[in-house]
Design a protein around this ligand. Structure first.
Ligand SMILES: *Cc1c(COP(=O)(O)O)cnc(C)c1O
Length: 397
């Protein structure tokens, strides 16, 4: 069938593809350990599930307002005030079917043909495609590992052109786990102060941060940017609710209204039942969040130590999220049974075939020197998987 140029332009998500491939191998009986998962391995907390069950029983199963119920908007407004010291009205908040949906609608609401979006690399796989689908032009800004994978103010300044419409800040980052300190954000804000550029702040990993680091949003540390910042967040990562599909955006009323209008012509409201669950998540006991973060921290410490124990692998200690992004480029050029490993895709294919571990190549995130492992899996899988990786690397010629 003849498909649209738009559909042909989009790359399938490589993180979803690797998970599907690992599942297919498992179905064939192979014992594959998955490090591809972009979601917490914990169950959704019981009080959140109970709120959803109650919503079903009570018949809260019909359309809601397109941009979310007032009850959920108020819970989001309270959260943004409590955690981020940011104040919004109901007209400045829209609830979507996941944070990815919010990001998609922001691009659709903001970008005209050729408008540039600065995307620091390594980046989350969907940012460039979401930009392209809206007619925008991704401007990839490579960051240095030596800078902790964080963009420097002078790098941001150099990437800005007359066509720059927005810059994406994702802290803590998927895939690197790097997070910006308040001072680093202030310095970036300084570059943007006199420019008409929107900051899209993807805060989805806000709650998954480790001892010694405290989360900040650029609009909190630089209030002058408040009206030009669109905060994106959701319940997927913090509350282990990826399947419920609730995310949200907060920002100036005009862009939020445009996003609501777009939703009104495609998805309509996010699931009514999920909205009730999200209210319970945001208004309920936050202890469940810190308990999950504490478990992730133990795993981070183990996986980073095991990676750095492998010859040819170098891994930074992430400040947040549940990914590590080790540099494996020292191993490129080595070979197995005569076939050479030249890049991150060759490398992860080798590990899948020879070590039965599923990992995402760094190329998918704009950095071919690296690979991404998610540690949203059990400690037992981490220990066994890393043993397999170490052994497979030792077998390279
Ligand atoms: C998981 C993720 C999202 C999207 O989460 P939703 O499930 O759509 O709410 C957005 N940004 C980043 C960086 C992510 O890793």
């Amino acid at each position: 069938m003849k498909l649209s140029a738009r559909a042909a332009q989009v790359k399938p998500s490589e993180t979803l593809a690797i998970t599907a491939k690992a599942n297919a191998l498992r179905a064939e009986g192979r014992d594959v350990i998955g490090f591809g998962a972009g979601e917490p391995d914990f169950d959704t907390p019981a009080h959140i599930k109970a709120a959803a069950a109650q919503a079903i029983e009570a018949g809260f199963t019909k359309y809601t307002p397109v941009g979310g119920t007032d009850e959920l908007k108020d819970a989001i407004i309270a959260k943004l005030k409590r955690d981020n010291n940011l104040e919004y009205k109901r007209t400045e908040v829209v609830v979507s079917c996941g944070a990815k949906h919010s990001l998609y609608n922001i691009a659709q609401a903001l970008l005209n043909e050729g408008d540039e979006v600065i995307i620091p690399a390594p980046y989350w796989v969907s940012y460039p495609d979401i930009t392209v689908l809206a007619g925008g032009k991704p401007v990839i800004l490579p960051t240095a590992e030596a800078d902790g994978f964080k963009m420097k103010p002078e790098q941001l300044r150099a990437a800005i052109t007359g066509r720059t419409r927005a810059v994406i800040v994702n802290s803590p980052s998927n895939p690197t786990g790097a997070a910006y300190s308040p001072d680093e954000l202030k310095a970036l804000a300084g570059v943007l102060a006199d420019k008409d550029i929107i900051v899209i702040s993807d805060d989805i990993y806000e709650k998954i941060i480790y001892a010694g680091f405290s989360f900040a949003n650029i609009a909190t540390v630089a209030p002058e940017l408040r009206d030009r910042t669109i905060v994106v967040n959701g319940v997927s990562k913090a509350y282990a609710m990826t399947g419920w599909r609730i995310g949200y955006a907060a920002g100036s009323a005009d862009v939020i209204a445009a996003m609501g209008k777009l939703q009104g012509q495609n998805t309509s409201n996010p699931a009514s039942i999920s909205q009730k669950a999200a209210v319970a998540a945001l208004n309920g006991d936050q202890q469940v969040v810190s308990a999950m973060a504490a478990e992730f921290k133990k795993r981070r410490d183990v996986i980073v130590a095991l990676l750095n124990d492998i010859n040819g692998v170098k891994c930074l200690l992430p400040e947040g999220a549940f990914y590590v992004f080790p540099n494996v480029s020292a191993l490129y050029g080595r070979s197995f049974k005569g076939s050479k490993i030249n890049n991150s895709t060759d490398f992860i294919n080798y590990l899948l075939d020879e070590a039965n571990v599923a990992i995402v190549p760094g190329a998918a995130f704009g950095s071919d020197a690296h690979i991404r492992l998610s540690y949203a899996t059990s400690m037992k899988n981490i220990e066994e998987g890393l043993k397999r990786i170490k052994n497979a690397i030792a077998r390279l010629d």
